[in-house]
Structure formats: structure tokens, C-alpha cells
Design a protein around this ligand. Structure first.
Ligand SMILES: *Cc1c(COP(=O)(O)O)cnc(C)c1O
Length: 392
């Protein structure tokens, strides 16, 4: 039987058209965009073409787009670059408890270096309240970083409202939009953000390439230092095949997004309703409506996320969980803990994320087999209450 991929939030397959757009730059068009000969000019042309696509997709100017090696680098660049360049103003950054590790870890490191970091908690549905962000700010606050949508539970944050409060108080606003770019509308002018991170492999582009949008006039120091690439803001020879792929992937998303939102939202809701109907003691994680069109996340009482995953994998279904024991990380998800889920429920979480190639038959097959997997695991669980008629 064909395998089923329900892990689009972890990474997406590269669209065949994207791969085609990248191929020339592994071949004859191999030039270094800094070279002034024809090889270099051809590479530079492709890069500027991609930059144009990104800028128009985001509603940004060409010079506001800086290509990076990943979403992680864009996030690190935003935090370190803005704090380093604005030391005269202050040393405080405000972020949230549910950020991706690409923000959490650099923020933790900044704290070690002597910076002040305030982490704001979301409500039980994963929503960050703008007034909580405003309350956390001081006259030392240089930067506020709040993700656009959460990668685990899919909650979409009110970035526009948060940004407007942040700007009023005179700080810079960054958003990690790695889960939203290419999936729901993202426009930097409408959102009012100064910095925004994105990553190609989350929207059917290649791995290892991303970008940071930096609003004109934002004071930011380079994170990678070396050559003068990207107008002296990001050193290193540009990843031309990757950048061409990123541009093509975003162009395709622009053409297909409206339809994909409709299709995925319907399949998402079918999964949510189907799971709630077929299995007892399940709890939806994340917001019911302010939610990514492709995200389903449940806590299933009395079982381990890990066992669900392994059992589904044996049936050819790829999903994800908030507790990744095999990756050496026994701690339950910081996101589920932050929204107030007790430890047991954090360990019993499962995330299904849909995408461009998800078909309705796959959703139906999942709804058919998943209740059986849960029943089997619960039958083995010492915690699952034994029914009266089974007592001796
Ligand atoms: C995947 C992801 C990242 C990291 O992006 P990479 O390109 O894999 O480094 C950062 N933030 C969020 C929200 C993500 O989902």
C-alpha cells in the first residue's frame, strides 16, 4: 500500500517544477554571482529574479530581502543582529514561551551573555495576547519576536495587533513566519513587522535556504561576517540553486495558495471531526478557528505519542508527536506544557500536518486505522480504566 505523509510541518517534498528551476545552476550556470564575467552575471540574474519574486510575494522592497541558509539562520540573525546593532538603546528582548527552538535557543544564549529576555505565555489555546506583550516591554526593549503560527499546534497569532503596540513603544518587531509563508497570506506592510523569517523547505522548496526580510531603516548587524555579499549584510557565496528554487516555490504558492487553503481546511476539519467522533478522551491542542489550514494536533489520553507514531509508521503512515523519546529528548513539548496541558497529555500527543499532495482517501484511511491503533495501545496501558464487565 502507498505510504501516507502527514508531516508537512516538518518538511515538504520539493515540487517537481522547483527542482527543474534549480537544475541549470548545478550545471552550465554554475557561476559565482560576485564575478563580473558572463558566468557570474547569469547567476546574479537568477538570484535577483528570485529576490523579486520573494519581495513581491511579501509586499516588500528588493533591498529588504536577505537570503540565508535556513529559517534557523534567519531567526538567529534577527535576534543577534538587532540586539548587537542597537546596544545603545537597550538590552531587552521580549518573546514567547511557544517559539521554535531556532528562537528559544538563541534567546537563552543571549541571556547567558547578559541580555534580558522576557518570555510571554500564551493562553490555553496557544494565543499570545497583545496586551501581555505590551506589559512585558520596558524602555530597554529593543526587539519583540513572536512567531506568526506555531509549528506544533498551528495557532495563528494576532501579529498585526502585537506589532502595532510594539511600534508604538518604539521597539522592532520580528516574526518567525516559517510555518505561514506559502500557506496563508503574509504581507509585511499589512502585518506591520520590521523583520520576518521564512524557509524554503516548508513550502515545497529545497532544504538549506531561507531568507530574512528586514524593513528599510532597521538597524541590524551582520550575523555571518566575511565577504561583502547581500549588500554587506550576510557574507558567504550565495546558494544560487537553492535561491532559484526558493523563488520558484514561492511563485507556485502564490498561484495555488487560495485553492490549497480551501482543500486543506476541509480535510483538516474532516480529520478533527472524525477523530473526535471515533475516539473517546481526545483533546484538540491549539485554537479551534485561528489555526493553520493544514494542522491537526490531539492529545490522546492513556497512551504515548511515541507508540502511536511507531504503530502508524508500521502501517505506512508518517505523523509527528510532541514527545520525541527516540531523538533523545524525553522532555514533553514546551508548547503543550505552555498551554497548560498536564505532562501525561503532553506525552500522548499526535500531530498530523497536511499539504499539496494530501488526498481525501489518505484521510479516510487514517480515520479507519487510527481508532484501532489507539484501542490496541490502550488495551496494553496500565492506566486505561478497565471496564466494569471486565473486572473479575
Ligand atoms: C522549521 C522551522 C524553523 C527552522 O527552519 P529551518 O530552515 O529548518 O532551519 C524555524 N521556525 C519554525 C516555526 C519552523 O517551523
Amino acid at each position: 500500500m502507498e505510504k501516507i505523509y502527514f508531516d508537512y510541518a516538518a518538511t515538504t517534498p520539493t515540487d517537481p517544477q522547483v527542482l527543474e528551476a534549480m537544475k541549470p545552476f548545478f550545471g552550465k550556470a554554475f557561476g559565482n554571482p560576485s564575478s563580473i564575467h558572463s558566468f557570474g552575471r547569469e547567476a546574479r540574474g537568477a538570484m535577483e529574479d528570485a529576490r523579486q519574486k520573494v519581495a513581491s510575494f511579501l509586499g516588500a522592497k528588493l533591498e529588504e530581502i536577505i537570503f540565508t541558509s535556513s529559517g534557523t539562520e534567519a531567526d538567529n540573525f534577527a535576534l543577534f543582529g538587532v540586539l548587537w546593532a542597537n546596544a545603545a538603546k537597550g538590552n531587552h528582548v521580549v518573546t514567547t514561551a511557544i517559539e521554535h527552538h531556532a528562537i528559544l535557543e538563541p534567546a537563552r544564549f543571549l541571556e547567558k551573555l547578559g541580555y534580558k529576555v522576557t518570555s510571554v505565555r500564551p493562553d490555553r489555546e496557544g494565543l499570545v495576547h497583545p496586551e501581555d506583550i505590551a506589559a512585558a516591554m520596558t524602555d530597554q526593549t529593543v526587539l519583540v519576536s513572536v512567531m506568526h503560527a506555531n509549528n506544533e499546534i498551528g495557532t495563528i497569532q494576532p501579529i498585526k495587533e502585537i506589532a502595532s503596540l510594539v511600534k508604538e513603544k518604539g521597539a522592532y518587531m520580528h516574526t518567525d513566519a516559517v510555518q505561514t509563508v506559502g500557506h496563508i497570506p503574509v504581507n509585511v506592510a499589512e502585518m506591520g513587522v520590521d523583520l520576518l523569517s521564512l524557509s524554503a523547505h516548508k513550502f515545497y522548496g529545497p532544504k538549506g535556504v531561507g531568507c530574512l526580510y528586514v524593513r528599510k531603516g532597521t538597524r541590524i548587524a551582520p550575523f555571518l561576517r566575511g565577504g561583502g555579499q547581500e549588500r554587506h549584510r550576510r557574507a558567504s557565496t550565495e546558494n544560487i540553486p537553492g535561491i532559484a528554487g526558493l523563488g520558484k516555490a514561492l511563485e507556485l504558492c502564490g498561484e495555488r495558495m487560495a485553492e490549497e487553503i480551501v482543500v486543506q481546511t476541509r480535510l483538516r476539519d474532516k480529520l478533527i471531526a472524525g477523530i473526535q467522533k471515533r475516539i473517546d478522551r481526545v483533546y484538540l491542542n491549539g485554537h479551534a478557528s485561528r489555526r493553520l489550514p493544514n494542522n491537526v494536533n490531539f492529545s490522546i489520553e492513556y497512551i504515548e505519542g511515541e507508540s502511536m507514531l511507531l504503530n502508524l509508521d508500521m502501517l505506512g503512515i508518517a505523523a509527528s508527536t510532541g514527545s520525541a523519546c527516540t531523538s533523545g529528548d524525553l522532555e514533553p513539548s514546551h508548547v503543550l506544557l505552555s498551554i497548560g496541558r498536564p505532562h501525561e497529555l503532553c506525552h500522548g500527543s499526535i500531530r498530523l500536518t497536511l499539504g499539496r499532495y494530501t488526498r481525501e482517501e489518505e484521510v479516510d484511511r487514517f480515520l479507519d486505522v487510527f481508532p484501532k491503533v489507539v484501542a490496541k495501545l490502550r488495551a496494553m496501558s496500565p492506566l486505561y480504566p478497565v471496564r466494569e464487565n471486565r473486572l473479575p
